[in-house]
Design a protein around this ligand. Structure first.
Ligand code: 13P
Ligand code: SF4
Length: 422
């Protein structure tokens, strides 16, 4: 069986219910491989001009069977030994996860990037912003490699540096720069980890901080100690859900549309605000809705619904629990045999947990199989290619953040690393 054919079967699909059949194919099937972010949940999102494109890799990888790729990855890793460390996000395919030296959520992987300073290369099986973060935090001599340069994140691309700078200029014009009686600056910028290194640097330069889904509450507390309000980008849902759980009313969280003056808001609404939310979202998590929760409860009276905080607020409100990918994993692992979970996060991770816990019933809230199409682009063919090039002494697909950007981004990332997840 070729890798292309095998891959079609790697994600179980009930009744053929998949958001787009192409999403289950290897990344080199189809046109070059896809024009935008590709089929799947983020298919409708615009890919920015100038985003890295992945060139074709040799046919020997594209035509290899799954077994051959597996053996070649193992052999290359054995040859490289401590010279390489492979990091994998929970949303990666099983065929990649099995080769990861560290598996984790984005916070854990940011930490992991600092733990093997002696390795020459960090191969990051995740998406572009995660590899950038690893490059910033790791030893300067280490090369960070993203196996497929087409693995971006459509949410991260919803906030570009020029639009955020333009927003900041308008807010500075409105609020000035003076601190209040408690020493708090008018606005603290907070960027979600899912953003470019340039935006992390922007936060570092402007008294701000980075957060992940696992420490967003601790980060907002940090920000409110230092600021009267927060500008949160790019994910409106994580910002809204986290602030609401801290007791802030959604009425005090205006949405900033970068295409409109003052983000489409009245001055007074911005003055009264506690959190200004950027108009960004994750297309994968936006698919979840309250109707799916009602259906899960009707079909499984004992079900516990657990969702990622990138889901819209009504979904998080209706769920029994919400948290990062690692929190979801821990809750399910700790549950007794017989527990039933409907999970609102990326389907590849949900299906893996279902296989790992056959004594529990675990299913994705969305009945349509829709993986994150960019995470899915890290196919074993690409992993085998980058590792074998390393064995041959060549670094391909290196992610290198500009020095000045990295210096400022480090300030915001180190503040984040100090904010321990709940
Ligand atoms: P975590 O921070 O929970 O790993 O989530 C990252 C992500 O991209 C979720 O869509
Ligand atoms: Fe980005 Fe959403 Fe994919 Fe996470 S699941 S990497 S936020 S597109």
């Amino acid at each position: 069986m070729t890798a292309a054919n095998e891959n079609l079967l790697s994600t179980p699909v009930a009744d053929g219910a998949v958001c787009a059949p192409e999403v289950l194919m290897p990344p080199w099937v189809g046109a070059d491989p896809f024009e935008g972010y590709g089929p799947g949940a983020s298919m409708g999102d615009t890919i920015p001009v100038g985003s890295p494109r992945q060139g074709a890799i040799p046919d020997e990888y594209r035509n290899a069977s799954a077994e051959e790729l597996d053996a070649r990855i193992e052999a290359a890793k054995a040859t490289l030994g401590d010279r390489v460390v492979v990091l994998g996000h929970y949303y990666q395919r099983d065929e990649i996860v099995k080769h990861a030296d560290f598996l984790g959520d984005s916070f854990q992987l940011a930490r992991a990037a600092k733990t093997k300073p002696e390795a020459e290369a960090i191969v990051f099986c995740g998406v572009h912003f995660m590899a950038e973060t690893a490059d910033i935090l790791s030893n300067p001599e280490q090369a960070v490699i993203l196996p497929n340069l087409g693995a971006g994140c459509s949410m991260a691309d919803m906030a570009d540096e020029a639009s955020v700078e333009a927003c900041w200029a308008q807010l500075t014009n409105l609020f000035g720069t003076d601190v209040d009686g408690e020493g708090r600056q008018p606005v603290i910028p907070v960027t979600y980890m899912n953003s470019s290194a340039a935006l992390k640097a922007f936060c570092g330069r402007n008294g701000g901080i980075v957060c992940t889904s696992s420490n967003a509450k601790a980060v907002l507390e940090w920000a409110f100690e230092r600021g009267q309000r927060v500008l949160f980008f790019p994910d409106q849902h994580l910002g809204r859900n986290t602030a609401k759980a801290m007791g802030i009313s959604p009425d005090d969280m205006p949405l900033w549309n970068p295409a409109k003056p003052l983000g489409g808001n009245e001055e007074q609404a911005l003055r009264d605000s506690r959190v200004i939310l950027w108009h960004g979202f994750c297309s994968v998590h936006r698919r979840f809705n309250v109707g799916q929760i009602e259906q899960a409860r009707a079909e499984h009276p004992d079900v516990q619904v657990i969702v990622h905080p990138e889901c819209p607020m009504p979904v998080v409100d209706a769920a029994d629990a919400a948290g990062s990918t690692d929190l979801i994993r821990r809750v399910i692992e700790a549950a007794p045999a017989g527990a039933v979970f409907a999970v609102g996060t990326e389907v590849t991770m949900v299906q893996r947990m279902a296989e790992q816990h056959p004594d529990k019933t675990i299913f994705c809230l969305d009945p349509v199989v829709c993986p994150c199409s960019t995470m899915y682009r890290i196919h074993p063919g690409y992993l085998a290619w980058v590792l074998e090039r390393l064995v041959a002494g060549e670094v391909v697909n290196q992610i290198s953040v500009d020095r000045d950007i990295a210096r400022d981004a480090t300030v915001a990332l180190e503040r984040m690393l100090a904010a321990v997840p709940a």
